[in-house]
Design a protein around this ligand. Structure first.
Ligand SMILES: Nc1nc2c(c(=O)[nH]1)N[C@H]1C(S)=C(S)[C@@H](COP(=O)(O)O)O[C@H]1N2
Ligand SMILES: [Mo]
Length: 253
């Protein structure tokens, strides 16, 4: 079966520079076949196979190069430039929607919260992977502070970057995950990468890591997290910039 992902994987293999093409995941490996097959399974079936298990974690020796920047690599707005100029001291993460306590968490407070460090492999749907070390606050820590209401089913990430400049105006990047992934121990809001402050090209000041899904789920430049009971009102209705353009919403790997 020729899926969009197969086409992308084939196409990307030729032109990629920067990151090692698919660290530990060569073109003819069984794992790649599994990944491609997995897209045809439903999310429920994937969850049965994966359970709530952890994604593989690696050692520092496995980090071969910097994280290959992809998608937006910066934000073209005065608001963002001003935050960047002060080292993001004026940034605050907003937590809104179906919560008991809406939050506005300043950068200095975010980086002072309990943090998790994990060395994981980022798999982009275009056919490359990078192993990097991520450090940040578990999303569950933020949720415990905000106290989601019982009807909260999804966490939506609204980003600063305009991924599309159309006649109808700019489209800002957005993504979403369900509460199972939101509460997963490896789901963190990363503010550091490879022992340094998160670089602008990789999503400064804050980016999501949701380690059992593909790269496009890992929203960079996160402005706010909104808890909702339905994705119908988000973007074109699927709660994700790329899902609204034909990719899987649940991009399990
Ligand atoms: N805000 C935002 N997040 C984003 C993207 C983007 O364009 N904008 N691209 C996605 C894609 S397709 C990938 S592979 C990763 C790339 O992350 P990196 O630049 O740190 O490698 O970010 C994801 N998150
Ligand atoms: Mo990607």
């Amino acid at each position: 079966m020729i899926t969009r992902r197969n086409l992308l994987l084939g196409g990307a293999a030729a032109g990629l520079s920067g990151c090692t093409l698919l660290d530990g995941l060569t073109d003819d490996s069984g794992l790649r076949a599994f990944l491609q097959g997995a897209e045809n399974l439903t999310m429920t079936a994937q969850r049965l196979i994966i359970g709530n298990s952890l994604a593989p974690e690696f050692t520092a020796a496995d980090i071969r190069q910097g994280q290959h920047p992809n998608g937006s690599t910066g934000v073209d707005s005065d608001e963002y430039r001003a935050m960047r100029a002060d080292g993001f001291a004026s940034y605050s993460l907003q937590v809104t929607g179906l919560v008991e306590r809406p939050l506005s968490i300043p950068y200095a407070q975010l980086t002072g919260l309990p943090a998790r460090t994990q060395i994981t492999r980022h798999d982009c749907v275009e056919g490359w992977s990078c192993i990097a070390k991520w450090m940040g606050v578990p999303l569950s820590v933020i949720l415990d502070q905000a106290r989601p209401l019982l009807n909260a089913r999804f966490a939506v990430f609204n980003c600063f970057d305009a991924i599309e400049h159309g006649l109808g105006g700019d489209v800002l990047y957005y993504e979403s995950i369900d509460m199972v992934d939101a509460r997963h121990p490896q789901t963190i809001l990363a503010w550091a990468m490879n022992d340094r402050a998160l670089p602008v090209q990789n999503g400064a000041p804050l980016r999501l890591r949701v380690e059992r899904q593909l790269g496009y789920k890992m929203a960079k430049y996160v402005r706010s997290i909104e808890l909702v009971d339905s994705l119908a009102g988000i973007g074109a209705g699927r709660g994700s910039y790329w899902a609204d353009r034909g990719y899987e919403w649940y991009a399990g790997i």
